[in-house]
Design a protein around this ligand. Structure first.
Ligand code: SPD
Length: 285
C-alpha cells in the first residue's frame, strides 16, 4: 500500500512547501524545541525543528558548502573555527575538508539535535567524532560574550529567527562575534531568503552593516527552504570574500557537489530588487 501522507511547511499562512512522507523516524520534544526526522520520497531523510525544514539528505550540500567554503577560502590560513548552532553536523563535515583547520568548536544549545542527527542522519553527522571537533552545549549568545580575539572564522549555522534562535540575530550578538575574531577573521551567517523572508533578510543586513566594515551577502538555491532561494552573508574587518587560497579552492572543488571557483564569484552577484531591499533597510538605520 502506498501511503499518501504529506508534510507541509507553511510560510506565514500564505504559502506552503510539501513533501510526501514515507514514514516518521523520530519525533520528540527537547528542552527547546520539537524535533522530528521524517523519511520522504523526494529528499530522503529530513530534519525538522518546530516543524521547519532544517536539512535534508538530498539538498543539504548547497547550504553546508556555502556556509563553509566561501568564508574559509577568503581566509589565507584558517586554523580555529567556531560553528554556532549546526547540531546536525553538516557544517563540521565541510569545515574539516580545509587542511589548515586544527580546531572546531561547535556551540549548540540543544544536545538532542546532535543525538538525533548522529542516529538518523549519518551522511550529514558523519564527522562529529573527529578529534579536531569540540562540542560545547550552551547558548552561543552567552558563550561568545567573553571570547576576544579567539577565532579565524565564525560560522552562524542557526535556525530561523524564532524560538531558541532569536538571540543570534541581534546587534549585540553580531558585535560579540566581531570581537571574537582574530586578525583577518571572517564570519558567515545564514541570513534567510531574500524572496520568502524579506523582512528578516532586510533587518539582518541592516544589523550586520552596523557592526562590520565589510558585509557581502551571497545567494544560492536550497530547494527545501522557503522560496528555494537562500542567502548567507560574509562579514569581516577588512578581508574581501575572494579566494585567498587558490590551492585549497582547486582541491575542494574536485569533490564538492555545488562549490567551484566560478560559483565562488557568481554567488556574490546581487539582483537589483535585492539591492533595493538592502538599501531600503539602510535608509531606516
Ligand atoms: N528555514 C530554514 C533555515 C535553516 C537554517 N539552518 C539550517 C541548519 C543546517 N545545518
Amino acid at each position: 500500500m502506498v501511503l499518501d501522507v504529506w508534510f507541509t511547511e507553511k510560510h506565514e499562512d500564505m504559502q506552503g512547501f510539501s513533501l510526501r512522507v514515507n514514514g516518521i523516524l523520530y519525533s520528540g520534544q527537547s528542552k527547546f524545541q520539537k524535533i522530528d526526522v521524517i523519511d520522504t520520497e523526494a529528499f530522503g531523510r529530513v530534519l525538522l525543528l518546530d516543524g521547519l525544514v532544517m536539512t535534508t539528505e538530498k539538498d543539504e550540500f548547497f547550504y553546508h558548502e556555502m556556509i563553509s567554503h566561501i568564508p574559509l577560502l577568503a581566509h589565507p590560513d584558517p586554523e580555529k573555527v567556531l560553528i554556532v548552532g549546526g547540531g546536525d553536523g553538516g557544517t563540521i563535515r565541510e569545515v574539516l575538508r580545509h587542511p589548515s583547520v586544527k580546531e572546531i568548536i561547535l556551540c549548540e544549545i540543544d544536545s538532542d539535535v546532535i543525538d538525533v542527527s548522529r542516529q538518523y542522519l549519518p551522511s550529514i553527522a558523519c564527522k562529529m567524532d573527529d578529534p579536531r571537533v569540540k562540542i560545547h552545549i550552551e547558548d552561543a549568545v552567552e558563550y561568545i560574550k567573553d571570547k576576544k580575539n579567539c577565532f579565524d572564522a565564525v560560522l552562524i549555522d542557526s535556525t530561523d529567527p524564532l524560538g531558541p534562535g532569536v538571540g543570534l540575530f541581534t546587534e549585540e550578538f553580531y558585535t560579540n562575534v566581531r570581537n571574537s575574531l582574530r586578525e583577518n577573521g571572517v564570519m558567515s551567517a545564514q541570513t534567510e531568503s531574500p524572496i520568502a523572508c524579506q523582512k528578516e533578510f532586510k533587518l539582518i543586513n541592516l544589523l550586520l552593516n552596523k557592526v562590520f566594515p565589510v558585509v557581502k551577502p551571497y545567494f544560492a538555491p536550497v530547494p527545501t527552504y522557503p522560496g528555494a532561494y537562500w542567502s548567507w552573508t560574509f562579514c569581516s574587518e577588512s578581508l574581501q570574500p575572494v579566494i585567498n587560497n587558490e590551492k585549497s579552492a582547486a582541491d575542494l572543488e574536485k569533490d564538492s557537489k555545488y562549490y567551484n571557483r566560478e560559483i565562488h564569484k557568481a554567488v556574490f552577484a546581487v539582483p537589483n530588487y535585492v539591492k533595493q531591499l538592502i538599501a531600503s533597510g539602510e535608509a531606516v538605520k
